[in-house]
Design a binder for this molecule. Structure first.
Ligand code: DGL
Length: 263
């Protein structure tokens, strides 16, 4: 699995619940974080490098736990590695359009995700029956990456980005960036109990489970309580200590940590 930083751990947490016997190798590309303000071409080249590394490490399935990297590279990666199953992410527009009552939904994502072709295709396919409002959220990823962020600052940013969508009648907010999943409670508090907040992490984990089953990829060895099951890596050695502490607190268990230099 990979993401620009720790956001994709929200997906890892869900996969871990469903697949407790699988080894999970997670790469946080801190050297290039955030992805959301970069060009899709740049993000694609990072995703290619990371995938090369994951394949060399023996990955049997790759979950792109990042909407931005999926927007930039999913198609190319599938073409380049036809024998490796990829599970990508896209904002949950279909689910939101299927459940909105007001007919207006809001999608919060990175600038790059909103600009990508994957997203415009999604709108073409599913947004005919609803108004889909989009909002980029600069600063939110950087905030979630901080070890001790100020909750007031988080709430102020969320209010700034979510309120205009709510004012326009959105009754459903889609969290279109894996980092935002860690702020789901704050989004819900600010939006109020009548607004549905869609976090894609469980659905992506369900898809991983489906692919493991369909392709008979599930591990045959039962590795109960194996402390070495989760390996979390970063491309920036300066972030290793922080990532190890954050991963432990976000996942509720210890992980192994490694610094990786990509070529
Ligand atoms: N968490 C990622 C996503 O889902 C990337 C965010 C970023 O690095 O800007 O899009």
């Amino acid at each position: 699995m990979f993401d620009s930083g720790l956001g994709g751990l929200s997906v890892l947490r869900e996969i871990r619940k469903r697949e407790p016997h699988e080894k999970l190798l997670y790469l946080a590309d801190h050297a290039h974080c955030p992805y959301g303000t970069r060009t899709l071409v740049e993000v694609r080249s990072f995703a290619m490098q990371i995938t090369r590394w994951l394949c060399a490490e023996g990955a049997k399935l790759i979950a792109i736990a990042c909407n931005t990297a999926s927007a930039a590279a999913l198609h190319t990666l599938r073409e380049t590695y036809p024998d490796t199953p990829f599970v990508g992410m896209e904002p949950a527009v279909k689910t939101a359009v299927g459940s909105t009552i007001t007919g207006t939904v809001g999608v919060l994502a990175t600038e790059a995700t909103i600009k990508g072709k994957l997203f415009s295709n999604l709108l073409d396919r599913f947004a005919d029956d609803a108004t889909v409002l989009t909002q980029a959220c600069p600063g939110l990823v950087e905030l979630v990456e901080k070890e001790n962020y100020d909750p007031r600052q988080a709430r102020a940013l969320i209010k700034r980005y979510a309120q205009p969508l709510l004012d326009l009648g959105a009754d459903t907010l889609v969290l279109g960036c894996t980092h935002y999943s860690f702020l789901k409670t704050e989004f819900q508090d600010i939006a109020g109990p009548n607004i549905a907040i869609i976090d894609p992490a469980p659905a992506v984990a369900d898809q991983v489970t489906r692919v493991l089953t369909d392709k008979s990829l599930r591990s045959k060895i039962k590795l109960e309580e194996n402390p070495n099951l989760i390996m979390v890596c970063t491309t920036d050695s300066n972030q290793a200590g922080r990532l190890s502490r954050q991963a432990k607190s976000l996942l509720g268990e210890s992980v192994q940590l490694q610094v990786v230099k990509l070529k």
